[in-house]
Design a protein around this ligand. Structure first.
Ligand SMILES: NC(=O)c1ccc[n+]([C@@H]2O[C@H](COP(=O)([O-])OP(=O)(O)OC[C@H]3O[C@@H](n4cnc5c(N)ncnc54)[C@H](OP(=O)(O)O)[C@@H]3O)[C@@H](O)[C@H]2O)c1
Length: 291
């Protein structure tokens, strides 16, 4: 495909579904190897675009897209087309205006709107692993599938150092049998559905988790919560990107989105650069933590 003047003035139109298939195709063909490259061309059916790795955006395309479709490309391509040698880790949390991801009793359905739930399913579909903490399984009992959008279900992992999550949870009911626990090395579980890692005071080091993802050949890791699990990666400087969905509610008290130990002075905290997107009644803050 050449990008002549004729193409610019005579562009194809694309629907949201076709744009999503193009994005999924980027996921299936791109193999990051840490080598510097300037651009990549992605094609699906009659549609194609050129993505610039430095600008982290599309620089040429043979179709015209409205704002909603352009947002899909802007949000998902920098995740898929990252050039990390190490697994790329993205976290998402939906929180109230006053910073809570759940009530004190652990209830978090439905803090965010249906557009955000669909967004979460899209992140699942472009990921190789969905990772959650044990408490998210205990309180929410999620299935962690991509049922609202096109795309494969990735592997699902639960951090369960004390081996307390039972096999009857929804996450283990998927016929693909691609859900596993990560339990402490000291646990005597012979279940083949578990990986075992060393713990210190019942905690896995984020670095050891990253090594496991690498060993499993997983490139995009989606941490879907809760706050404890995401904070651990953030504090270890291993969170590459964070999607914070702000919902227009005030809860007053509940479970915190971020739990950061140690730092006590404003000068110790970093200002992050954010892109904002309207998402139904909510606002999505897209934070690239690598810049
Ligand atoms: N609004 C949202 O976007 C959202 C998303 C997900 C969940 N939630 C809500 O958030 C609440 C749960 O969040 P949370 O922050 O309390 O807990 P969480 O992150 O879901 O789970 C924390 C637990 O996971 C295990 N764990 C996590 N990281 C670990 C590590 N590095 N090493 C060892 N173990 C690790 C530990 O299990 P042990 O306790 O066994 O040591 C830890 O107590 C629930 O109420 C859920 O409904 C909200």
């Amino acid at each position: 495909m050449t990008y002549s003047k004729k193409n610019i003035f005579n562009k194809l139109s694309i629907t949201k579904n076709q744009a999503w298939l193009l994005i999924l195709n980027a996921k299936s063909i791109y193999k990051a190897n840490g080598l510097k490259r300037k651009t990549i061309t992605i094609k699906k059916n009659n549609y194609s675009f050129v993505y610039d790795f430095t600008k982290k955006k599309i620089i040429r395309k043979n179709f015209s897209s409205d704002d909603a479709i352009q947002e899909l490309f802007d949000i998902f391509l920098p995740i898929i087309l990252n050039n990390n040698k190490e697994p790329y880790v993205i976290g998402h949390l939906a929180q109230s205006l006053d910073g809570f991801i759940a009530t004190n009793s652990g209830e978090s359905k439905y803090i965010s709107c249906k557009q955000n739930i669909e967004h979460i399913h899209r992140i699942r579909a472009i990921s190789d692993v969905i990772l959650v903490g044990a408490k998210t399984i205990l309180y929410d009992n999620p299935m962690l599938t991509t049922r609202l959008v096109k795309g494969n279900n990735p592997m699902r992992l639960v951090l369960d150092p004390r081996d307390k999550i039972r096999d009857n949870k929804n996450i283990f009911k998927n016929p693909d049998k691609n859900s596993f626990k990560i339990i402490g090395m000291n646990k005597k579980n012979k279940n083949e559905k578990s990986f075992r890692l060393p713990t210190l005071k019942n905690n896995f080091k984020a670095n050891n988790l990253l090594k496991l993802f690498k060993k499993l050949n997983k490139r995009i890791i989606f941490i879907e919560g809760g706050g404890y699990t995401i904070s651990n990666f953030y504090e270890s400087n291993l969170l590459n990107r964070f999607h914070l969905c702000l919902s227009p509610i005030l809860i007053g008290q509940g479970k915190n989105s971020f739990l950061i130990k140690g730092k006590r002075f404003m000068r110790d905290f970093k200002n992050h650069k954010i892109n904002y997107y309207e998402m139904g009644k909510d606002i999505l803050c897209d934070i690239d933590l690598t810049t």
